[in-house]
Every structure is written in C-alpha cells, then in structure tokens.
Ligand binder design. Structure first.
Ligand SMILES: O=C(O)[C@H](O)[C@@H](O)[C@H](O)[C@H](O)COP(=O)(O)O
Length: 261
C-alpha cells in the first residue's frame, strides 16, 4: 500500500477541474500502455462535480471512452433511474455524453433489479462480475483498477464503509450489502477494503471546511481504519488526497500539501 500524497487546490471549482484533468491523463496513459483503462466512480457532491468537469474538459476526447471499464465504489440501493442513485448522477454528468460501451459500464444493483428488494444477491452478483473481469496479473478477485475515486464523509466514511460497521472487517468479500448507513439512504452496496486497495491508484476527493477534520484523521499516522475508514483507503502504487483549501485546513503536522501556500 502506498503512503498518501496531498495536493491542495484554491477552491472547490478548481479542485473539480484539476481532478478531471488528472482523470483524463490517467486514463490516456493507461490506454497507451494496455489499450484499455478502468475507473471506479464515487457518489457525492465533489465526485459528481468532477464528472461534470470531465464532460466539459477540452481533452476529454483524448480518452477512448469505448475502451474504459466503469465500476462504482458504492451505490445507494434505490430503484433504477432514481435521481439519488450514484449511477443516475454519473450517467447525467458524464456517461451519457461520451461514447462509453454500455457493456463496460458496470452499475451496482438497484432495488427493482432482478435480484429483488434486498441488496445481498446483487452484491454477490457484482462481486462475480469483478472476479470475471480480473486477470491473473491482477493478483486479486477484482481488476487492478487504474484509478478509484472516493469521496469522504465528515465521519470519515469512504464509499459506503461507515465507521465501526461490520463491512470494515471484511477480508474475503469484495462487495457487501450495507444496512443502517448513517447517511441516507440506509441501504447501500459497497466495495470493501480488499477491492479498493486492489486499485493501482486511489484518489480521495474532499472539498469544504466540513471535511477538514475527517481529512486530518484520515492522514493521521495513528488512525485505525475501523474508526476512520478513510485511513484504510490506499492504492497499490499511489494514494492521493485531492483537496481544496478549506478541506486542507487541518492537515496533521508533518503532512504538507503541494499547492498549500
Ligand atoms: O453514495 C455516497 O454518498 C458516497 O459515495 C459517499 O461515500 C460520498 O462520496 C461521501 O459521503 C461524500 O459525499 P459529499 O461529497 O456529498 O459530501
């Protein structure tokens, strides 16, 4: 697992634009090296803002969107097309505007899907899809995603991994159903740490002063991932915390953010 690096941008708007530009470069580089690329999307305000900026980024068409595998880090377990679903928001913000291959867009289950109104079977089915997409060189039950985007909650949750919940102890399953989430809706589906940490790069996005304390905790060397899930969000070769100045207001001593002047 890689130690986190911090990059600080002046405000939320520039954070979203800069992160979008970074995604373009990451996907282009992956495609240059291997012919395809994979990305894990996140829900939440800044996560969706990055997708909107991606849709408008001048270099967006440098990516061959038909050769991008799109996965989700978590999903709100609601009916297909519900405006609160991360999938719905990502489609509106980006996916409907670029030439993705529908077969390579891997939405997490919906509550009106074929597996019924409980999330467990759909979570298993998603884990199966991830397993099927992984190659021997990935050394995991999921693909080594080129980049996994994550938002962070004020309580330090990432994806739908909330502090002290059973999902945090998961060592085998790559996808779990989540019940009783403190952030609505209470029923969700989430990747677990073994899946997130299979990503080559994990980027945690945070904007606003409401996230400053969570970011501080996530970067504190003594933080445990059961109390502070974001402390467990690390990529195999790179972990980035992409912040605006307000979210970077409480960085722990010894951690300096590039751009923080
Ligand atoms: O489905 C979700 O809600 C998420 O994926 C969640 O992990 C989100 O990324 C954070 O809660 C940050 O969300 P905000 O940026 O809206 O605060």
């Amino acid at each position: 697992m890689s130690a986190p690096s911090v990059v600080v941008h002046p405000d939320t708007g520039l954070l979203a634009k800069a992160a979008a530009a970074r995604v373009v470069t990451r996907l282009v580089d992956a495609q240059a090296a291997t012919g395809s690329a994979s990305v894990v999307l996140t829900g939440g305000g800044i996560g969706i803002a990055v997708l909107s900026e991606l849709a408008q980024a001048p270099a967006r068409d440098a990516v061959d969107w038909s050769a991008v595998d799109v996965w989700w880090g978590d999903e709100r377990f609601l009916p297909t097309g519900d405006p609160e679903r991360n999938e719905t928001q990502a489609r509106e913000a980006l996916l409907d505007q670029v030439g993705v291959d529908p077969a390579r867009v891997h939405a997490m289950p919906a509550s009106d899907g074929p597996d019924g109104a409980v999330p467990e079977p759909g979570a298993e089915r998603y884990a199966e899809a991830l397993r099927a997409a992984s190659r021997p060189e990935d050394h995991a039950d999921v693909p080594a995603f080129d980049v996994c985007l994550l938002g962070i909650g004020p309580d330090t949750h990432v994806a739908s991994l909330f502090p002290e919940q059973p999902a945090l102890y998961e060592e085998e399953r790559t996808v779990v159903a989540v019940h009783g989430a403190p952030k609505p809706p209470p029923t969700r589906v989430s990747l677990t740490f073994p899946a997130i940490r299979a990503a080559k790069e994990v980027w945690v996005l945070a904007s606003g002063e409401g996230k400053a304390e969570a970011v501080r905790l996530a970067l504190s060397p003594e933080a445990g991932e059961v109390q502070v899930p974001a402390a467990g969000a690390r990529g195999r070769s790179r972990t980035l915390f992409l912040l605006d100045r307000a979210a970077a207001a409480k960085l722990p001593e010894g951690i300096s953010g590039q751009g923080l002047l």
